[in-house]
Ligand binder design. Structure first.
Ligand code: ZN
Length: 477
Protein backbone atom coordinates (compact mmCIF):
# COMPACT_ATOMS: atom_id res chain seq x y z
CA UNK A 1 0.00 0.00 0.00
CA UNK A 2 1.37 3.42 -0.93
CA UNK A 3 1.92 6.08 1.72
CA UNK A 4 -0.92 8.06 0.22
CA UNK A 5 -3.29 5.09 0.31
CA UNK A 6 -2.41 4.34 3.94
CA UNK A 7 -3.17 7.95 4.92
CA UNK A 8 -6.33 7.95 2.83
CA UNK A 9 -7.61 4.85 4.64
CA UNK A 10 -7.29 6.80 7.90
CA UNK A 11 -9.39 9.54 6.32
CA UNK A 12 -12.03 7.00 5.30
CA UNK A 13 -12.07 5.67 8.88
CA UNK A 14 -12.56 9.19 10.25
CA UNK A 15 -15.43 9.83 7.82
CA UNK A 16 -17.18 6.64 8.96
CA UNK A 17 -16.62 7.57 12.60
CA UNK A 18 -17.96 11.12 12.18
CA UNK A 19 -20.92 10.18 9.99
CA UNK A 20 -23.40 9.22 12.75
CA UNK A 21 -22.87 12.52 14.58
CA UNK A 22 -23.28 14.63 11.46
CA UNK A 23 -26.36 12.67 10.42
CA UNK A 24 -27.83 13.20 13.89
CA UNK A 25 -27.19 16.94 13.66
CA UNK A 26 -29.61 17.06 10.73
CA UNK A 27 -32.34 16.51 13.31
CA UNK A 28 -31.23 19.04 15.90
CA UNK A 29 -33.80 21.64 16.96
CA UNK A 30 -33.26 25.29 16.06
CA UNK A 31 -32.11 26.44 19.51
CA UNK A 32 -29.50 23.71 19.74
CA UNK A 33 -28.21 24.60 16.26
CA UNK A 34 -28.01 28.29 17.19
CA UNK A 35 -26.10 27.57 20.43
CA UNK A 36 -23.72 25.33 18.52
CA UNK A 37 -23.09 28.01 15.89
CA UNK A 38 -22.35 30.65 18.50
CA UNK A 39 -19.84 28.38 20.20
CA UNK A 40 -18.18 27.45 16.89
CA UNK A 41 -18.12 31.07 15.75
CA UNK A 42 -16.32 32.24 18.89
CA UNK A 43 -13.84 29.40 18.54
CA UNK A 44 -13.22 30.26 14.88
CA UNK A 45 -12.69 33.96 15.55
CA UNK A 46 -10.39 33.13 18.46
CA UNK A 47 -8.26 30.87 16.24
CA UNK A 48 -8.29 33.40 13.40
CA UNK A 49 -7.17 36.31 15.57
CA UNK A 50 -4.49 34.22 17.28
CA UNK A 51 -2.99 32.62 14.19
CA UNK A 52 -3.76 34.81 11.17
CA UNK A 53 -2.00 38.16 10.74
CA UNK A 54 -4.84 39.45 8.58
CA UNK A 55 -7.58 38.66 11.09
CA UNK A 56 -5.49 39.76 14.07
CA UNK A 57 -5.57 43.26 12.64
CA UNK A 58 -9.01 43.13 11.10
CA UNK A 59 -10.90 41.70 14.06
CA UNK A 60 -8.79 43.35 16.77
CA UNK A 61 -11.81 45.02 18.38
CA UNK A 62 -14.15 42.07 18.44
CA UNK A 63 -15.48 41.18 21.88
CA UNK A 64 -15.64 37.38 21.80
CA UNK A 65 -18.03 37.20 24.74
CA UNK A 66 -20.75 39.15 22.98
CA UNK A 67 -20.11 37.69 19.54
CA UNK A 68 -23.08 35.76 18.21
CA UNK A 69 -25.30 35.78 15.14
CA UNK A 70 -26.94 39.04 16.14
CA UNK A 71 -23.55 40.81 16.20
CA UNK A 72 -22.02 39.01 13.22
CA UNK A 73 -23.26 41.73 10.82
CA UNK A 74 -20.86 44.12 12.59
CA UNK A 75 -17.89 42.13 11.26
CA UNK A 76 -16.31 43.19 7.95
CA UNK A 77 -17.05 41.29 4.75
CA UNK A 78 -14.32 39.32 2.96
CA UNK A 79 -14.40 39.28 -0.86
CA UNK A 80 -12.73 36.70 -3.08
CA UNK A 81 -10.39 39.40 -4.42
CA UNK A 82 -9.26 40.21 -0.87
CA UNK A 83 -8.90 36.55 -0.01
CA UNK A 84 -6.64 35.87 -2.98
CA UNK A 85 -4.65 39.05 -2.43
CA UNK A 86 -4.00 38.48 1.28
CA UNK A 87 -4.11 34.70 1.23
CA UNK A 88 -0.73 34.15 2.90
CA UNK A 89 -1.77 36.30 5.87
CA UNK A 90 -5.23 34.77 6.13
CA UNK A 91 -4.28 31.08 6.46
CA UNK A 92 -3.57 29.97 10.02
CA UNK A 93 -0.70 27.65 9.06
CA UNK A 94 2.11 29.82 7.70
CA UNK A 95 3.40 26.98 5.51
CA UNK A 96 0.29 27.20 3.32
CA UNK A 97 1.22 30.12 1.10
CA UNK A 98 -0.73 30.56 -2.11
CA UNK A 99 2.42 29.77 -4.11
CA UNK A 100 2.88 26.53 -2.17
CA UNK A 101 -0.77 25.54 -2.73
CA UNK A 102 -0.56 26.35 -6.45
CA UNK A 103 2.54 24.20 -6.70
CA UNK A 104 0.76 21.37 -4.88
CA UNK A 105 -2.31 21.71 -7.13
CA UNK A 106 -0.14 21.21 -10.20
CA UNK A 107 0.88 17.78 -8.93
CA UNK A 108 -2.38 16.80 -7.24
CA UNK A 109 -3.27 14.28 -9.96
CA UNK A 110 -0.65 11.89 -8.60
CA UNK A 111 -2.40 11.65 -5.22
CA UNK A 112 -0.93 13.26 -2.12
CA UNK A 113 -1.75 15.30 0.94
CA UNK A 114 0.07 18.56 1.40
CA UNK A 115 2.23 18.33 4.54
CA UNK A 116 0.59 14.98 5.18
CA UNK A 117 -2.78 16.51 6.17
CA UNK A 118 -4.09 19.22 3.85
CA UNK A 119 -6.34 19.09 0.78
CA UNK A 120 -6.39 22.00 -1.68
CA UNK A 121 -9.09 22.70 -4.25
CA UNK A 122 -9.81 25.43 -6.76
CA UNK A 123 -13.19 27.03 -7.28
CA UNK A 124 -15.13 26.61 -10.48
CA UNK A 125 -14.38 30.07 -11.66
CA UNK A 126 -17.92 30.48 -12.99
CA UNK A 127 -17.59 33.99 -11.59
CA UNK A 128 -14.59 34.46 -13.83
CA UNK A 129 -12.36 34.78 -10.80
CA UNK A 130 -10.45 31.71 -9.69
CA UNK A 131 -10.26 30.87 -6.01
CA UNK A 132 -7.99 28.50 -4.10
CA UNK A 133 -9.15 26.88 -0.86
CA UNK A 134 -7.43 24.61 1.62
CA UNK A 135 -8.92 22.22 4.19
CA UNK A 136 -7.26 20.41 7.04
CA UNK A 137 -7.71 16.75 7.93
CA UNK A 138 -10.89 17.13 9.93
CA UNK A 139 -12.54 19.89 7.91
CA UNK A 140 -12.13 18.05 4.61
CA UNK A 141 -14.04 15.16 6.22
CA UNK A 142 -16.81 17.51 7.32
CA UNK A 143 -16.83 19.04 3.82
CA UNK A 144 -17.56 15.60 2.37
CA UNK A 145 -20.14 14.73 5.01
CA UNK A 146 -22.07 17.97 4.46
CA UNK A 147 -22.51 16.87 0.84
CA UNK A 148 -23.19 13.17 1.39
CA UNK A 149 -24.63 12.63 4.87
CA UNK A 150 -28.14 12.51 3.40
CA UNK A 151 -27.04 9.75 1.03
CA UNK A 152 -25.35 7.94 3.93
CA UNK A 153 -28.52 8.15 5.98
CA UNK A 154 -30.48 6.49 3.16
CA UNK A 155 -27.74 3.92 2.63
CA UNK A 156 -27.37 2.97 6.28
CA UNK A 157 -31.13 2.61 6.76
CA UNK A 158 -31.62 0.42 3.67
CA UNK A 159 -31.66 -3.31 4.51
CA UNK A 160 -30.35 -4.29 1.07
CA UNK A 161 -27.57 -1.72 1.07
CA UNK A 162 -26.62 -2.46 4.67
CA UNK A 163 -25.03 -5.70 3.41
CA UNK A 164 -22.59 -4.09 0.98
CA UNK A 165 -20.97 -0.77 0.07
CA UNK A 166 -23.29 1.32 -2.08
CA UNK A 167 -22.10 2.41 -5.51
CA UNK A 168 -21.99 6.15 -6.06
CA UNK A 169 -21.42 7.19 -9.66
CA UNK A 170 -20.25 10.74 -10.21
CA UNK A 171 -20.57 12.32 -13.63
CA UNK A 172 -18.68 15.50 -12.95
CA UNK A 173 -15.35 17.25 -13.08
CA UNK A 174 -12.38 15.23 -14.22
CA UNK A 175 -9.60 16.98 -12.40
CA UNK A 176 -8.65 16.38 -8.77
CA UNK A 177 -8.23 20.09 -8.15
CA UNK A 178 -12.03 20.31 -8.19
CA UNK A 179 -14.00 19.45 -5.06
CA UNK A 180 -16.24 16.81 -6.62
CA UNK A 181 -13.34 14.74 -7.96
CA UNK A 182 -11.18 15.33 -4.89
CA UNK A 183 -13.95 14.14 -2.54
CA UNK A 184 -14.60 11.03 -4.63
CA UNK A 185 -10.95 10.13 -4.43
CA UNK A 186 -10.38 10.78 -0.72
CA UNK A 187 -13.55 9.14 0.57
CA UNK A 188 -13.83 6.23 -1.84
CA UNK A 189 -14.82 3.30 0.39
CA UNK A 190 -16.44 5.27 3.23
CA UNK A 191 -19.72 3.28 2.96
CA UNK A 192 -19.77 4.35 -0.70
CA UNK A 193 -17.78 2.98 -3.60
CA UNK A 194 -17.09 5.93 -5.86
CA UNK A 195 -17.00 5.49 -9.61
CA UNK A 196 -16.15 8.58 -11.61
CA UNK A 197 -17.09 9.47 -15.16
CA UNK A 198 -15.46 12.68 -16.32
CA UNK A 199 -18.11 14.92 -17.81
CA UNK A 200 -15.86 15.44 -20.82
CA UNK A 201 -16.30 11.81 -21.99
CA UNK A 202 -18.59 11.20 -24.97
CA UNK A 203 -22.18 10.52 -23.87
CA UNK A 204 -22.12 6.94 -25.24
CA UNK A 205 -19.15 6.10 -23.02
CA UNK A 206 -20.80 7.56 -19.93
CA UNK A 207 -24.00 5.63 -20.69
CA UNK A 208 -22.10 2.36 -21.21
CA UNK A 209 -20.11 2.91 -18.01
CA UNK A 210 -23.23 3.65 -15.96
CA UNK A 211 -25.01 0.58 -17.38
CA UNK A 212 -22.03 -1.46 -16.20
CA UNK A 213 -21.73 0.16 -12.78
CA UNK A 214 -25.47 0.03 -11.92
CA UNK A 215 -25.09 2.81 -9.34
CA UNK A 216 -27.23 3.00 -6.20
CA UNK A 217 -26.69 6.75 -6.16
CA UNK A 218 -25.72 9.11 -8.92
CA UNK A 219 -24.31 12.60 -8.83
CA UNK A 220 -24.29 14.75 -11.96
CA UNK A 221 -24.19 18.32 -13.12
CA UNK A 222 -27.69 19.36 -14.20
CA UNK A 223 -26.57 19.95 -17.79
CA UNK A 224 -25.37 16.33 -17.92
CA UNK A 225 -28.33 15.02 -15.96
CA UNK A 226 -30.61 16.32 -18.67
CA UNK A 227 -28.67 14.46 -21.34
CA UNK A 228 -28.71 11.28 -19.23
CA UNK A 229 -32.44 11.56 -18.55
CA UNK A 230 -33.01 11.68 -22.31
CA UNK A 231 -30.78 8.60 -22.73
CA UNK A 232 -32.83 6.78 -20.06
CA UNK A 233 -36.13 7.70 -21.70
CA UNK A 234 -34.77 6.48 -25.03
CA UNK A 235 -33.99 3.13 -23.37
CA UNK A 236 -30.24 3.32 -23.83
CA UNK A 237 -29.40 4.12 -20.20
CA UNK A 238 -30.75 1.38 -17.93
CA UNK A 239 -30.03 2.22 -14.29
CA UNK A 240 -32.24 2.53 -11.23
CA UNK A 241 -30.49 4.80 -8.72
CA UNK A 242 -32.22 5.21 -5.34
CA UNK A 243 -31.31 8.84 -5.29
CA UNK A 244 -29.92 11.34 -7.76
CA UNK A 245 -27.91 14.32 -6.67
CA UNK A 246 -27.53 17.35 -8.87
CA UNK A 247 -25.10 20.11 -8.18
CA UNK A 248 -22.70 22.82 -9.32
CA UNK A 249 -25.11 24.38 -11.80
CA UNK A 250 -28.67 25.63 -11.34
CA UNK A 251 -31.11 22.72 -11.35
CA UNK A 252 -33.61 24.19 -13.76
CA UNK A 253 -37.23 23.07 -13.42
CA UNK A 254 -37.21 21.40 -16.84
CA UNK A 255 -34.10 19.38 -15.91
CA UNK A 256 -35.59 18.25 -12.59
CA UNK A 257 -38.80 17.26 -14.40
CA UNK A 258 -36.92 15.25 -17.03
CA UNK A 259 -34.86 13.38 -14.41
CA UNK A 260 -37.91 12.64 -12.26
CA UNK A 261 -39.77 11.38 -15.30
CA UNK A 262 -36.84 9.16 -16.28
CA UNK A 263 -36.17 7.64 -12.85
CA UNK A 264 -39.35 8.17 -10.90
CA UNK A 265 -37.72 9.29 -7.67
CA UNK A 266 -36.90 12.69 -6.40
CA UNK A 267 -33.82 14.58 -7.46
CA UNK A 268 -31.78 15.94 -4.56
CA UNK A 269 -30.41 19.32 -5.43
CA UNK A 270 -27.10 20.21 -3.78
CA UNK A 271 -25.90 23.77 -3.44
CA UNK A 272 -22.23 22.99 -3.13
CA UNK A 273 -19.57 25.65 -2.79
CA UNK A 274 -15.80 25.36 -2.64
CA UNK A 275 -16.03 27.63 0.40
CA UNK A 276 -18.59 25.71 2.45
CA UNK A 277 -19.01 22.19 1.03
CA UNK A 278 -22.65 21.05 1.01
CA UNK A 279 -23.91 24.56 1.71
CA UNK A 280 -27.54 23.50 1.31
CA UNK A 281 -28.78 20.03 0.43
CA UNK A 282 -32.09 19.05 -1.12
CA UNK A 283 -35.10 17.87 0.84
CA UNK A 284 -37.75 15.34 -0.26
CA UNK A 285 -40.29 18.09 0.25
CA UNK A 286 -38.56 20.39 -2.25
CA UNK A 287 -36.01 23.13 -1.76
CA UNK A 288 -32.75 22.64 0.10
CA UNK A 289 -31.81 22.77 3.78
CA UNK A 290 -28.84 24.95 4.72
CA UNK A 291 -26.12 23.08 6.65
CA UNK A 292 -26.84 25.18 9.70
CA UNK A 293 -24.70 23.13 12.05
CA UNK A 294 -21.58 23.99 10.03
CA UNK A 295 -22.20 27.37 8.40
CA UNK A 296 -23.65 30.79 8.99
CA UNK A 297 -25.46 31.85 5.83
CA UNK A 298 -26.61 35.46 5.54
CA UNK A 299 -28.66 36.28 2.44
CA UNK A 300 -28.18 39.99 1.66
CA UNK A 301 -29.22 42.58 -0.91
CA UNK A 302 -26.93 44.34 -3.38
CA UNK A 303 -25.78 46.85 -0.76
CA UNK A 304 -25.19 44.09 1.80
CA UNK A 305 -28.38 44.75 3.75
CA UNK A 306 -29.97 41.75 5.52
CA UNK A 307 -33.11 40.36 3.91
CA UNK A 308 -36.28 38.88 5.30
CA UNK A 309 -37.30 35.31 4.43
CA UNK A 310 -39.00 35.18 1.04
CA UNK A 311 -36.79 37.85 -0.52
CA UNK A 312 -34.38 36.92 -3.30
CA UNK A 313 -30.83 37.77 -2.27
CA UNK A 314 -28.27 39.42 -4.54
CA UNK A 315 -25.49 37.60 -2.76
CA UNK A 316 -24.70 35.65 0.40
CA UNK A 317 -22.25 36.17 3.23
CA UNK A 318 -20.94 32.79 4.25
CA UNK A 319 -19.10 31.93 7.45
CA UNK A 320 -17.55 28.49 7.43
CA UNK A 321 -17.49 27.36 11.06
CA UNK A 322 -15.57 24.13 10.58
CA UNK A 323 -12.37 25.01 8.71
CA UNK A 324 -9.95 26.84 11.03
CA UNK A 325 -7.04 26.61 8.59
CA UNK A 326 -8.58 29.06 6.12
CA UNK A 327 -11.02 31.15 8.15
CA UNK A 328 -13.80 32.44 5.92
CA UNK A 329 -15.79 34.90 7.99
CA UNK A 330 -18.61 36.72 6.19
CA UNK A 331 -17.15 35.66 2.87
CA UNK A 332 -19.06 37.08 -0.11
CA UNK A 333 -20.42 34.69 -2.70
CA UNK A 334 -22.62 35.86 -5.53
CA UNK A 335 -25.34 33.18 -5.49
CA UNK A 336 -28.93 34.33 -5.41
CA UNK A 337 -30.96 32.49 -2.80
CA UNK A 338 -34.42 32.78 -1.26
CA UNK A 339 -35.00 31.52 2.28
CA UNK A 340 -38.43 29.90 2.41
CA UNK A 341 -40.48 31.46 5.22
CA UNK A 342 -42.58 28.41 6.09
CA UNK A 343 -41.24 25.55 8.25
CA UNK A 344 -40.49 22.44 6.19
CA UNK A 345 -43.05 19.61 6.43
CA UNK A 346 -40.12 17.20 6.92
CA UNK A 347 -39.58 18.69 10.38
CA UNK A 348 -35.98 19.82 9.87
CA UNK A 349 -35.06 22.96 11.78
CA UNK A 350 -32.33 23.83 9.29
CA UNK A 351 -33.61 26.80 7.29
CA UNK A 352 -34.78 25.87 3.82
CA UNK A 353 -34.04 27.75 0.61
CA UNK A 354 -35.64 27.49 -2.82
CA UNK A 355 -33.57 25.85 -5.55
CA UNK A 356 -30.78 28.23 -6.50
CA UNK A 357 -31.78 29.53 -9.92
CA UNK A 358 -28.79 31.51 -10.94
CA UNK A 359 -25.92 33.71 -10.05
CA UNK A 360 -25.68 37.42 -9.95
CA UNK A 361 -22.89 37.11 -12.50
CA UNK A 362 -25.28 35.51 -14.98
CA UNK A 363 -27.33 38.69 -15.26
CA UNK A 364 -26.73 40.57 -18.49
CA UNK A 365 -26.62 44.33 -18.23
CA UNK A 366 -27.49 46.38 -21.34
CA UNK A 367 -26.85 50.08 -20.83
CA UNK A 368 -27.93 49.88 -17.23
CA UNK A 369 -30.88 47.58 -17.97
CA UNK A 370 -30.65 44.21 -16.22
CA UNK A 371 -31.83 41.08 -18.00
CA UNK A 372 -32.13 37.95 -15.86
CA UNK A 373 -31.01 34.62 -17.36
CA UNK A 374 -34.52 33.34 -16.75
CA UNK A 375 -35.64 35.23 -19.85
CA UNK A 376 -33.48 32.99 -22.03
CA UNK A 377 -33.98 29.87 -19.96
CA UNK A 378 -37.73 29.94 -20.11
CA UNK A 379 -37.73 30.19 -23.92
CA UNK A 380 -34.95 27.64 -24.44
CA UNK A 381 -36.41 25.27 -21.84
CA UNK A 382 -39.69 25.10 -23.76
CA UNK A 383 -37.93 23.55 -26.77
CA UNK A 384 -37.96 19.77 -26.32
CA UNK A 385 -35.37 19.38 -29.08
CA UNK A 386 -32.80 21.55 -27.33
CA UNK A 387 -30.43 19.45 -25.27
CA UNK A 388 -27.90 22.05 -24.15
CA UNK A 389 -27.38 25.70 -24.78
CA UNK A 390 -25.03 28.56 -24.21
CA UNK A 391 -26.02 32.22 -24.32
CA UNK A 392 -23.37 34.82 -25.00
CA UNK A 393 -24.20 38.46 -24.49
CA UNK A 394 -23.47 40.78 -27.42
CA UNK A 395 -23.81 44.56 -27.21
CA UNK A 396 -27.33 44.64 -28.68
CA UNK A 397 -28.63 41.22 -27.67
CA UNK A 398 -27.39 37.64 -27.56
CA UNK A 399 -25.60 35.00 -29.62
CA UNK A 400 -27.05 31.63 -28.67
CA UNK A 401 -25.61 28.22 -29.43
CA UNK A 402 -27.83 25.16 -29.04
CA UNK A 403 -27.17 21.45 -29.20
CA UNK A 404 -30.26 19.70 -30.50
CA UNK A 405 -31.57 16.14 -30.52
CA UNK A 406 -34.71 16.86 -32.44
CA UNK A 407 -36.22 19.38 -34.81
CA UNK A 408 -36.10 22.94 -33.54
CA UNK A 409 -37.26 25.99 -35.43
CA UNK A 410 -34.29 28.23 -34.91
CA UNK A 411 -36.04 31.18 -36.53
CA UNK A 412 -39.05 30.92 -34.23
CA UNK A 413 -36.82 30.54 -31.19
CA UNK A 414 -34.80 33.57 -32.22
CA UNK A 415 -37.95 35.63 -32.74
CA UNK A 416 -39.40 34.68 -29.35
CA UNK A 417 -36.21 35.58 -27.51
CA UNK A 418 -35.87 38.84 -29.41
CA UNK A 419 -39.49 39.67 -28.53
CA UNK A 420 -38.84 38.90 -24.86
CA UNK A 421 -35.76 41.15 -24.90
CA UNK A 422 -37.80 43.90 -26.54
CA UNK A 423 -40.42 43.54 -23.80
CA UNK A 424 -37.72 43.95 -21.18
CA UNK A 425 -36.73 47.26 -22.73
CA UNK A 426 -34.03 46.59 -25.33
CA UNK A 427 -34.45 48.54 -28.55
CA UNK A 428 -34.17 46.44 -31.72
CA UNK A 429 -32.52 43.49 -30.03
CA UNK A 430 -30.14 41.40 -32.13
CA UNK A 431 -30.38 37.65 -31.59
CA UNK A 432 -28.71 34.76 -33.39
CA UNK A 433 -29.38 31.09 -32.76
CA UNK A 434 -26.96 28.54 -34.08
CA UNK A 435 -26.66 24.77 -33.68
CA UNK A 436 -23.44 23.10 -32.56
CA UNK A 437 -22.34 19.46 -32.41
CA UNK A 438 -20.99 19.73 -28.91
CA UNK A 439 -19.83 22.23 -26.36
CA UNK A 440 -16.22 22.47 -25.36
CA UNK A 441 -15.74 22.43 -21.59
CA UNK A 442 -12.22 23.76 -21.55
CA UNK A 443 -10.12 23.16 -18.43
CA UNK A 444 -11.18 23.95 -14.90
CA UNK A 445 -14.21 22.27 -13.44
CA UNK A 446 -15.42 21.12 -16.83
CA UNK A 447 -18.92 22.38 -16.30
CA UNK A 448 -20.79 24.17 -18.98
CA UNK A 449 -21.10 27.87 -18.51
CA UNK A 450 -24.55 28.65 -19.85
CA UNK A 451 -24.44 32.41 -19.66
CA UNK A 452 -21.49 34.55 -20.66
CA UNK A 453 -21.93 38.23 -20.03
CA UNK A 454 -19.99 40.91 -21.87
CA UNK A 455 -18.46 41.97 -18.56
CA UNK A 456 -17.07 38.49 -17.87
CA UNK A 457 -16.13 37.69 -21.44
CA UNK A 458 -12.39 37.59 -21.77
CA UNK A 459 -12.08 34.13 -23.29
CA UNK A 460 -11.99 32.93 -26.88
CA UNK A 461 -14.64 34.31 -29.24
CA UNK A 462 -16.94 31.36 -28.69
CA UNK A 463 -16.72 28.31 -26.45
CA UNK A 464 -18.99 26.29 -28.70
CA UNK A 465 -17.61 24.24 -31.55
CA UNK A 466 -19.71 24.88 -34.60
CA UNK A 467 -21.00 21.88 -36.51
CA UNK A 468 -20.22 21.82 -40.23
CA UNK A 469 -23.93 21.87 -41.08
CA UNK A 470 -24.50 24.60 -38.51
CA UNK A 471 -27.58 26.56 -39.34
CA UNK A 472 -27.33 30.24 -38.69
CA UNK A 473 -30.52 32.06 -38.02
CA UNK A 474 -29.87 35.55 -39.24
CA UNK A 475 -29.69 38.43 -36.87
CA UNK A 476 -32.21 40.74 -35.48
CA UNK A 477 -35.58 42.15 -36.23
ZN1 ZN B 1 -37.27 19.45 4.61
Amino acid sequence: MSDYEALRQQHVALAKALAPRLIEQLDWPADRLAEHRTRQLRELVRTATERSAWYRQRLADVDLDRLDETTVPELPVLTKTELMEHFDDIVTDRRLSLARLEQHLRTVATGSYLHGRYTAITSGGSTGERGVFVYDWNSWTVFWLTCFRGVLRVKLADPVLAERPAVLAGVAAAHFSHATAAMARTFHGAHLTSIRFPVTLPTEEIVAGLNDARPDFMLAYPSVLYVLAREAMAGRLRIAPRQILAGAEPLLPEIRAAAEQAWGGKVINVWGTSEGGGTAVGCDQGGMHISEDQLIVEPVGLAGQPLAPGELSAKVYLTNLYNPVLPLIRYEITDEITVLPEPCPCGSAHRRIADVQGRLDDVFVYQGRRVHPHLFRSELGREAGVLEYQVRQIPAGAAIAVRCTGPVSLDALRDRIAAALARSGLEQPQVTVETVDRFARPGGPAKLKRFISLAADCGPPRQALAAPESALASAGR
